[in-house]
Design a protein around this ligand. Structure first.
Ligand code: ZN
Length: 239
């Protein structure tokens, strides 16, 4: 049997939740995380896996959809604790994740500093520090866009550039689940495009979203917003 399990990680210290929706694909051979949360997420990940009768000790692979800190922030600590785990990303994203190129999010942030009011600058600097604090991590394998891999009963790496240039989504064939990464989000129960402010190329992001219509999707897992199982095609077409 092969499974795709949704792992909501709640980072909130207050009553209002602050959730990132990691996914895990697993069968007898593999336990694969798709994205791995903010820095210092090992305990949250371990707890979420235990809820599902799983454990990080069985982790074999990590797929990173793109180099935003909330998607790969805990990669270095995971790799340190579980050095045998193989990390995968596209060629484009791997160069940012391993630190050989400067984070595009940092470049974007820096470009808006001159336009900020004084009262916005403190927040901007805190964000900047957060981005710079992420430890780069080596990538063990390059994922080819729009290519099938036999892992966990079969996945398709769907190239969905726009939010970031090497962004991917992951389609798990046996469960007909599309793990969107940040190609789409769910806000207040409604499917939406990713926040245009954080999308580096909105035209491309729109074209990427249309690609989802080529897939038979019974469940959508959005990193921001969670799970959708009803009227998925209608909701995408409406956008
Ligand atoms: Zn992102």
């Amino acid at each position: 049997m092969t499974h795709c399990t949704h792992l909501p990680l709640n980072y909130s210290k207050t009553e209002s939740p602050n959730i990132l929706n990691v996914s895990v694909l697993w069968d007898d051979n593999d336990l694969i995380l798709v994205d791995c949360g903010n820095p210092n997420s090992i305990d949250l990940l371990q707890d979420a896996l235990r809820w599902n009768g799983l454990s990080l000790n069985k982790l074999t692979k990590i797929i990173i959809t793109h180099h935003d800190y909330d998607h790969y922030g805990s990669l270095a600590e995971l790799k340190e604790k579980y050095p045998h785990v193989q990390v995968y990303a596209t060629q484009v994203e791997s160069e940012y994740i391993n630190g050989s190129k400067r984070s595009l999010r940092l470049v974007q942030a820096e470009s808006i500093y001159p336009t900020l009011q004084d009262n916005q600058k403190e927040q901007a600097m805190a964000f900047h520090k957060k981005l710079e604090s992420i430890t780069p991590s080596n990538i063990d394998g390059i994922l080819e866009p729009d290519t099938d891999y036999p892992w966990c009963g079969g996945i398709t790496i769907v190239s969905t550039p726009g939010h970031m240039p090497g962004h991917i989504s992951v389609y798990h064939k046996p469960t007909r689940t599309m793990i969107t990464g940040d190609a789409m989000v769910i806000e207040h129960g409604k499917l939406e495009t990713a926040n245009p402010r954080y999308t580096l190329d909105n035209d491309k992001a729109y074209q990427s979203m249309k690609k989802f219509l080529n897939f038979e999707i019974e469940r959508l897992i959005c990193y921001h917003g969670g799970v959708m199982t009803q009227d998925i095609r209608e909701n995408i077409e409406a956008l």
